[in-house]
Design a protein around this ligand. Structure first.
Ligand code: ZN
Length: 279
């Protein structure tokens, strides 16, 4: 597959998957989502790859979902889940689309067999959090700023609702209810990121950490990941996230009833001055 939205390269035993839409602040379009997934598959099948890094070109990690993409509702015709028929009317099509490209895609990456590290600089907003949180470890540059602002748009949180585990329940409530951003130091203090490093050292330090993990017996490393993920699974994370996803869809439907749009237009107008296209 020819990649146009991302770059894929190997540095020793580490595969670097780099989102490469800096002019769009790496907003997550549908084509980018599928290219990311193809790249993860490539790394999974490559015996020489032990660790995967998810990085971003330009000053920002990701501005979130690309709601300006004019093709965002066109079903790409291939599915990692069985949720197809994005053009179905009412909530059905939207649920199918968001199940496939957001919820199930993040779940697939979170359960990826090899260890993954996100390298985050600049803004990491909304759907950008979902990409970073799907990874096992997160390295943050000192300038990293995190934000899930979707309460402004009449929605409880992004589709992959890992906030209580990433931030702790009380912080999660405050940051979601106020739609306030948090910096790399706060993210480190609550355990959301592993290390905070100078911006110009982010990629070198991430490679160092990846090589350190790659030097260990790989099956044991994979079983560490499975064991820790099993702990959050045993806490009920999958069921809680599925419930939150359903509330997310309820929010879109509520906005459709009130505003004829899946997002509350007052929040979008306040933050961007533009009318919303979709959710
Ligand atoms: Zn949504």
């Amino acid at each position: 597959m020819e990649f146009t939205q991302i770059r894929y390269e190997k540095r020793g035993p580490v595969a670097w998957i780099t989102m490469d839409r800096p002019a769009k602040r790496n907003a997550q379009s549908v084509p980018m989502t599928y290219e990311l997934n193809e790249a993860f598959d490539l790394a999974a099948q490559d015996h020489d790859v032990s660790v995967v890094v998810l990085a971003a070109s330009g000053p920002h990690f990701s501005a979130g979902h690309d709601i300006a993409d004019p093709h965002r509702y066109e079903d790409p015709g291939h599915s990692v889940s069985t949720w197809a028929d994005w053009a179905a009317p009412g909530a059905e099509g939207r649920n199918a689309r968001e199940h496939e490209i957001y919820f199930d895609m993040c779940k697939r990456w979170r359960n990826f067999s090899k260890p993954t590290i996100a390298a985050v600089q600049g803004k990491c907003i909304g759907g950008g959090l979902m990409l970073a949180w799907s990874c096992d470890l997160i390295m943050a540059a000192e300038d990293a700023v995190f934000l899930d602002p979707v309460v402004n748009l009449g929605i409880a949180g992004v589709e992959w609702f890992a906030h209580p585990w990433e931030l702790g329940p009380r912080r999660a409530k405050e940051l979601l209810m106020t739609a306030e951003s948090w910096d790399a130091r706060l993210a480190e203090s609550v355990g959301m990121v592993n290390h905070v490093v100078p911006v110009d050292e982010l990629h070198a330090r991430t490679q160092q950490l990846a090589e350190r993990i790659a030097s260990k017996p790989q099956f044991a490393v994979k079983m560490v990941k499975q064991s820790v993920n099993a702990a959050t699974d045993a806490q009920g994370q999958p069921a809680a996230m599925m419930t939150a996803y359903a509330f997310h869809q309820l929010g879109h439907s509520h906005n459709m009833e009130l505003h004829g749009l899946p997002l509350d237009p007052s929040g979008i107008a306040a933050s961007t001055g533009k009318a919303p296209a979709a959710g």
